[in-house]
Every structure is written in structure tokens, then in C-alpha cells.
Design a protein around this ligand. Structure first.
Ligand code: ZN
Length: 153
């Protein structure tokens, strides 16, 4: 059975960046299940799945535009420390939800200098080219319920 939209796929994967660092992996866990064509995985990987079968192993490199998007400088902002009331100690790496016109957006503190806190609303993998080593473990038709929920069970 070749993978196409509407199939549930289980895969083992290893995700690395251009420096060869492992960012994520299913090693030691159950394979990751997703519904093909439903936006469950990034677009570049979803496309690469089409036509693959159980047992296929392949490597695909995905540009940021087809992964987590490019970085936007305007999503990096400096805000006063007073914006973080109720937080005892602000540290680089802490994440918060910032209220924006588009609703709450997760932001990460990237710098604290005096009373000025720099927050970055970009996804941690924005602007990063991603390479996936994939092995297809299972392919089957999605159930009616899975299609209705838009994800694999
Ligand atoms: Zn469900």
C-alpha cells in the first residue's frame, strides 16, 4: 500500500539540523503516527511521504518555508521587566504566552539586560533547514473517526 492522503502512517524518524545535531528522534519510543495530508506533520515531510511503502527508508531535507517557516525579526521585541509581574526571576530560555492581536503567542526570553527583556516569538525551528531520516513502519486506511478528527488514533 503506497502512502497517499487519507492514510494513517507510522514512522520512525530522526531529525537533524545542518550541523548534524539531533533535534528530535523516535528512537526508544513508539513510531510516530500521523494522518497523511491533514497537516499533522510539516508540509515538506508530508509531500515526501507520497508513494512510500512499509519498509521504505529515506532521507529528506526540508527548507524552512516547508517546515516551521522563516524567522521574522519583528517577532523579536524588547519589553520592560515590569511586563512580567508576578515572576520572581527572569531567565533566558523561559517561555511565556504574549497577548497579541492574533491571540496568545508563545514567546521565549532570549536576553535580560537590566530592565530590558528581549522576547522572541519565532518558533524555535523557524529559519532552520531540517533533515529527516525516516523509516515507514505501518501504512493503513484511516478510520472514519480518524478522518473526522483529522489525526491518527
Ligand atoms: Zn481523535
Amino acid at each position: 500500500m503506497e502512502i497517499k492522503s487519507g492514510h494513517v502512517v507510522a514512522m520512525h524518524y530522526k531529525l537533524t539540523n545542518d550541523q548534524g545535531e539531533v533535534l528530535d528522534s523516535s528512537e526508544g519510543r513508539d513510531p510516530l503516527k500521523f494522518l497523511q495530508g491533514a497537516g499533522n506533520i510539516i508540509p515538506g515531510l508530508d509531500k515526501a511521504m507520497i508513494g512510500k511503502k512499509v519498509g521504505d527508508a529515506f532521507t529528506v531535507t526540508v527548507e524552512p518555508e516547508e517546515a516551521y517557516g522563516v524567522r521574522h525579526e519583528q517577532m523579536i521585541q524588547k519589553v520592560p521587566r515590569s511586563a512580567f509581574q508576578g515572576v520572581d526571576e527572569l531567565q533566558v530560555g523561559m517561555t511565556f504566552h504574549a497577548e497579541t492581536e492574533q491571540g496568545p503567542v508563545p514567546v521565549t526570553i532570549t536576553d535580560v539586560t537590566g530592565d530590558v527583556v528581549t522576547v522572541d516569538g519565532n518558533h524555535a525551528l523557524a529559519g532552520v533547514r531540517l533533515t529527516f531520516d525516516v523509516t515507514i513502519e505501518e501504512v493503513r486506511e484511516a478510520t472514519a473517526e480518524e478522518k473526522e478528527h483529522n489525526h491518527a488514533h
